[in-house]
Write a protein that binds this ligand. Sequence first.
Ligand code: SAH
Length: 591
Amino acid sequence: MAYKKDDLVTLTIEDIGAGGEGIGKADGYTVFVKDTVIGDVVEAKIIKAKKNYGYARLIRVVKPSDVRVEAVCPVAKQCGGCQLQHMSYEAQLRFKEKLVKNNVERIGGLREGSYVLEPIIGMDSPFRYRNKAQYPVGYNRENELVCGFYAGRTHYIVDCGDCVLGAEENAEILEIIKAWMKEENIYAYNEETTSGIIRHILIRTACHTDEIMVCLIVNANEGDYRYASWQELPAKGELNRTVMGKLVDKLSLISGMSSIMINYNTKKTNVILGDTCDTLWGRAYIEDYIGNIKYQISPLSFFQVNPQQTEKLYNKVLEYASVKGGETVWDLYCGIGTISLFLAGMAKKVYGVEIVPQAIEDARNNAKLNGINNAEFFVGKAEEVVPAFYDKMKAAAAAGDMEASRSINPDVIVVDPPRKGCEESLLETIIAMSPERIVYVSCDSATLARDLKYLEANGYKTERVQPVDQFGHTVHVETVVLLSHKKPDSHINIKVEFGEGEGKVPLKAISERAEAYKPKERVTYKMIKEYIEAKYGFKVHTAYIAEVKRDLGLPMYDAPNAVEELKWQRKHPTAEKVEAIKDALTHFGAI
Ligand code: SAH
């Protein structure tokens, strides 16, 4: 039966959606309810009703699930950063494992049993694991100075100094800065009027060296508060050397404090950091390790936010890559070269490719810092750099240049792409380079599964799939996959007999398979839009749906007309919209 807005329903939650919301059925009618977990029996009020499904608000938990726990953080619901804190950690791990399995089997077409699904690698403790926190600073409705996080989809700041995923020291640091701001009349930045000074506070901590960095992001231009001007007479409300000195005096007493920085950002933007920094006290960076590799981390550097789990993940990459000495390896989407440097110790030669020039600069510095000289890095899009390199080296390799030959016929290729996965043109070149093994590291098992399907159809076999939990209490899960080259000599001849009886393939099974692979009913843009509006409460543009479909490699039979595409081509959907569109496509069986 269908329900309408404001109806009360009682249902049992059976699944979790892409955004962490519970999913259940009331008389066959699908209902999405936030803040619920699998196994809960809940009463909920429909807030949006469509013909076959609705979106409801939790009224009360009638019977809590066995896996329901009290959230540790008092503001878990408002914050939205942790979607699964009210679910036991054990249940979160089971949910993530199942998500990866479903995706690689349903989207990727892998048969259960044809590959090894390794048990998920969970965290020893799913709290206090983040080494980086960025707190916006502002005023609440009572005009009190606050710093914490933005509530929901607003820029209203909820005061929260102690995020339970972050370091214990953060709360004390924020209190010191807030007290100093009040004392010295230093105002927080106001987004509307662009007045005020302090925009954000960035805190980074190092798990192996216990070093701490604090960086104030200020609404000022580089040079405005340079040392020269700070030496002038102190004036209330201005950042000068005396005023800053008072803050530095307090912060530098915190055990482990190694770097106090200032970052300049006068832009009217959501991007937190500006391009330039100054050092107020200590070094311009802190140091940390992943495995035996040392890294220098500045305010602007990219660095993995959960280094303990990252180390476990990279050890898996190393195991799957099976690098024993003498191998040539490519590390595509290499960031600051973390995986490259991890592999360089064992391999003969490592090539890294990354789109962000600053990250490659860091990668080269990190190589030098660790005395590694067998890693070479390229700046650019993997889907452009690798095919161009391959074309350039082909002739030399054919003429007998051994190094060129090894570079384009590597033993292992590692890929670690962003959520949208690899471009097909890159996968094509990877196949042409025919490495023995491909190690695919993914932060989105849906696009991973799409790419596995392509690689499986082009000479590779998925051997092992390893989920790793890097981000406890969130719906995210990392996956490492080992693929091996299917050797032509591994073909065997088989004789198939159809019919009934032992050793024969029943015809009924064949027709069932054919039925399962029949083309699906077309999913229209209208169906996707309606679904998303009902479930998520926002509209998505046709061009955005088209972009996500294109990224997923889905057929574009009813693509929007060209004019519309042109008008929209400079904008891309937000991560939230991409998730909603993927969710809708999954719901309608298009992926
Ligand atoms: N392997 C790294 C980083 C992986 S994150 C690590 O473990 O630390 C994915 C990286 O891909 C990011 O650094 C991002 O800047 C980069 N990237 C995104 N699109 C790319 C493209 N088309 N070609 C190459 N690199 C890309």
